[in-house]
Design a protein around this ligand. Structure first.
Ligand code: P53
Length: 492
């Protein structure tokens, strides 16, 4: 631990989870089936399966999560003990509207979040609340086709009106759609692509679908989500002008594979194709290269004049980001890339840096790079880091009176990333308003459905089959993060 830079007094230190990865009690108190409830357990080698409804006998880890639905009071008390100023979670849309198209909201679901937010305030913790984190009602997929259908905009609007009204005095920081850009560049057939369009948009990419059809479906769904987000911003500001409503993108830094001009252009195009979502959210309009693309391809066909007015009128108050890793982009050909170049470049390994056991590169400087890049594009827009962390295998040390985990690898990852955030704020002058690390308590992995891919400062005694005592134990990183927050990041 060495003396370093410090972050401002009002900086929002904390952590972030999502409802479907933690709450469990997937069918309790009137909750409906969500798209996360039909995802089986997978692993680094074995993709999660998207089943047709809930199939008996399959392992659905989100059905149990870490039982946060019942343990939130004790769990939040541990966050408060670490000194958390803010805590991010999501509202499970299916607790409020079990099917999405229900006439009336479910009071039991609303009451749960009332108490959750009250609990946070009693502990001095500011809620940061995501409206859609990978879990729309499954019924909106089977009956409407997911976000590709613009009727879903109206159902989302109905849901956000209810929660904005209900929690208008309890929640200030909102996020509309989690990692909305994950679905970009996923037209090529792979299980990861199928997973990402499912979790973002409730889209089912079947093997028969052509690249063209996949692109059209994704761009249409994304458009509908962006219109829904913009409408939510306006509705929210009408209900409470103090609301801060943000967008959320994964901004893993992209590097060119070489100094070859074709690689430079490829990385630039890859970034534009991934990051245009923030232009729509922040500037209220599509960037020109996207409009050119749609003019050429006919993708994103179902639009109205009202949509564009809504987008312009509903720009966000801040940008929230996740950052885990960087990637390297290489052109497949030396010829000039066309704009729709998703098929003209590929990601290649970075031999300069190490990676996690799940192949995610460890690149703290990439975070400073990403923050600078965002600030160059959108000067002075507040940025909240709402996910960053290290998924790793943990070994519970049971030789102590109180079991613990010696997670020096996690401390090393987090400390190095926080140091780069401090340089971005103190040296580069970037308005980063918070740092919420991912999974401050172990939860179910989104990508693999594993429990053993752990991010927490707090260990949860559950395995990949949901077996275990579910007891919570403080890891070494718990005490470390406590002193990071207490010293405002000076002691890492
Ligand atoms: P897990 C893909 C790429 C980057 C981030 O991920 C992603 C995903 C989807 O897995 O997800 C975000 O649990 C997401 C969280 C998720 C976290 O990153 O696969 O917003 O829900 O848990 C970490 O290790």
């Amino acid at each position: 631990s060495k003396k370093g830079l410090q972050l401002p007094e009002d900086f929002l230190w904390g952590g972030a989870i999502a409802a479907h990865q933690a709450e469990g009690y997937w069918d309790a108190d009137g909750k409906g089936v969500s798209i996360a409830d039909v995802l089986t357990a997978g692993s680094h080698e074995q993709p999660r399966e998207i089943t047709d409804g809930v199939v008996p006998g399959k392992n659905y880890p989100n059905h149990h999560g870490i039982y946060f639905y019942k343990t939130y009071k004790e769990d939040l008390a541990l966050m408060a003990e670490m000194g958390f100023k803010a805590f991010r979670t999501s509202i499970a849309w299916t607790r409020i509207f079990p099917n999405g198209d229900d006439a009336e909201p479910n009071e039991a679901g609303l009451a749960f979040y009332d108490d959750l937010f009250d609990t946070m305030h009693a502990l001095g913790i500011e809620p940061v609340i995501t409206l859609q984190h990978f879990e729309m009602p499954y019924h909106l997929v089977t009956a409407y086709g997911g976000w590709e259908n613009r009727q879903v905009i109206d159902y989302f609007e109905k849901y956000v009106r209810v929660v904005f009204e209900r929690y208008k005095d309890k929640v200030t920081y909102w996020i509309t759609h989690n990692e909305i850009s994950n679905q970009a560049n996923q037209a090529e057939k792979s299980s990861l692509s199928e997973f990402l369009v499912w979790t973002n948009s409730g889209l089912k990419f079947t093997p028969e679908m052509t690249v063209d059809q996949r692109q059209a479906a994704m761009y249409q769904a994304a458009h509908n989500e962006l219109v829904a987000s913009a409408r939510a911003v306006r509705i929210g500001h009408d209900i409470n002008p103090n609301f801060k409503i943000g967008a959320m993108l994964n901004v893993g830094t992209l590097y060119p594979a070489s100094t070859k001009p074709a690689d430079q252009l490829a990385v630039q195009k890859a970034r534009q194709q991934r990051d245009w979502f923030s232009d729509v959210h922040i500037r209220g309009a599509y960037p020109h290269e996207l409009e050119q693309l749609f003019a050429r391809t006919g993708w994103r066909a179902d639009v109205t004049a009202q949509d564009f007015e809504d987008l312009a009128a509903g720009t966000v108050d801040y940008l929230s980001i996740s950052y885990y890793a960087s990637s390297v982009i290489q052109a497949k050909t030396d010829a000039d890339a066309e704009l729709d170049a998703a098929t003209q470049w590929e990601t290649v390994p970075n031999t300069q840096i190490k990676a996690s056991d799940w192949g995610w590169t460890i690149d703290p400087q990439g975070l400073r790079y990403a923050l600078n890049e965002i600030n160059d594009l959108y000067p002075d827009l507040p940025i909240m880091i709402v996910e960053n962390g290290f998924g790793a295998y943990d070994q519970l040390d049971t030789t102590r009176d109180e079991p613990t985990v010696h997670d020096d690898y996690r401390i090393a990852y987090l400390g190095a990333h926080i140091a780069e955030v401090e340089k971005a704020v103190v040296n580069d002058g970037i308005p980063v308003i918070g740092y919420l690390s991912w999974g401050p308590i172990d939860i179910v992995s989104a990508g693999t459905g594993e429990m053993k891919k752990r991010y927490g400062y707090i260990y949860v005694d559950l395995d990949d089959f949901g077996e275990g005592s579910a007891k919570r134990y403080k890891k070494d990183s718990f005490h470390w993060y406590q002193q990071v927050i207490a010293s405002r990041g000076e002691v890492l």
